[in-house]
Design a protein around this ligand. Sequence first.
Ligand code: APR
Length: 476
Amino acid sequence: DKRHTVLIDVDTFNSQRIFVSQKGRDLWHSDFVKMPCSQVAHQKSRWDVISKKLKSLASKKTASVKDVEEAIIKYNPKYKDQWSFDALHTLDKITPYTENYYKTLFPKIAALALKLPKFVNKAIPLLRKGQSAAITLSQVQISCLLANAFFCTFPHRNTSSPNAEYSGYPSINFNSLFGNWSRRKGEKLRAIMHYFKEVTDESTQPKGLVTFERECLSYTDMPTWESCKANLSKLHITSEGQIELEGKGMLQVDFANSLIGGGVLGSGLLQEEILFVINPELIVARLFTEKLEDNECLIITGSQQFSSYLGFGDSFEWAGPYEDQSERDEWARRKTKILAIDAMNFRHSVDQYRMRHITRELNKAYCGFKGYDGHENPDIATGKWGCGAFNGDPQLKALIQLMAAAKAKRGLAFFTFGDENLKQHLQRIYELMFAEGITVGTLYKLLRDFSSAKHCDSHVDLFDFIEKNRNSKSHL
Ligand code: APR
């Protein structure tokens, strides 16, 4: 009986699932998103200024970056000297005249943002830590919320001081995307602008729903890994392809930050940020998702991919529109499921071999892989989770995910992202363990011995260790 808030009118779809529709539309309250169009005294006057500015932009045929900047600063005067718009200016300048549709797009984004009180007329609850809960929004509502984020209309969130109301939330206004030009920023902005182009055009405007579910694994549901009798499930390993393309139809793992979306509104462009840039609807999760705790994950069903891309990090390039052909479910949601789980960030690589940390990662992966009511629970598409920016050991992370998938009784497709060496070694060790019927519990005990061995000799290789020690009596 998880709380599920549906933000669209209830009779527009037909479902057996439990939900609570939130009646109040303007709840200026710590359990809800504080909306820019709220009618509480101090915000009302700010919304008056915002709507005046946006109306004036929306009434034009074309608007310049300068117009956008001037509007945003008008209702965010405190940031006049702090926020920079040079990335947006540069993008506009370097885009060839024939391809530059931005000036005609800005008025349309402003018009969309203005529809907020009409489109989102129910309060949006926050997905807070420690509570499993879900929110369903239409793609139109999401586009309207993101148009507001683009125009930086959300009330300021103090995220910096540890006791501040929003210290545990990601940022949502797009101001940080607009400054500090770099090639990366340019490519990200091209993808974001393309999204707005699609959602403001009636012929391409998306019509489905998207659900955001925070799942919290209770302490009683945490497996006792040491005595887990589950056998390994099926594993498909490939060095080619990417999770979000070849993994379509599977539960796709987002190598997340505990603050969902990580650096998507800054200059980050790793797996999570790329995912969010090509599926911008994911960005709206930042509006209401509190930082994930060790036993929590976020599952997003139904988001649409709008852009194609090439490269990774510095070599990332927006590669044009993407036609998302995914089927829809009975809720008119695309059958795309994205699972955000945040690995630990190991400053000192050796820390990851502590059993406390291994168990944390096992529980985190299991929390996401476990399978929940109302989901079809397909196989999982993952890869070197936690092994880039977060410095994890790909061998260890592969085994951890394999163990969590086995406990959850789900198959795993593992994308090594071009790492041929890992592919071959993982294939070999998996076949060996599978043939011998090694259980999750045995593997856990082997990891414990490995942890001690690694402590004495940092050069020990995990797969070699398992191969040599898998039959030793202490694990059986
Ligand atoms: N499909 C499969 N594998 C991929 C893909 C992809 N689309 N993209 C990247 N990889 C591989 C790469 O080999 C990469 O080095 O996964 C590795 C880990 O990716 P990272 O994004 O660095 O993941 P992680 O170490 O978990 O870092 C998470 O980075 O993006 C931010 O917000 C995120 O702060 C968080 C941190």
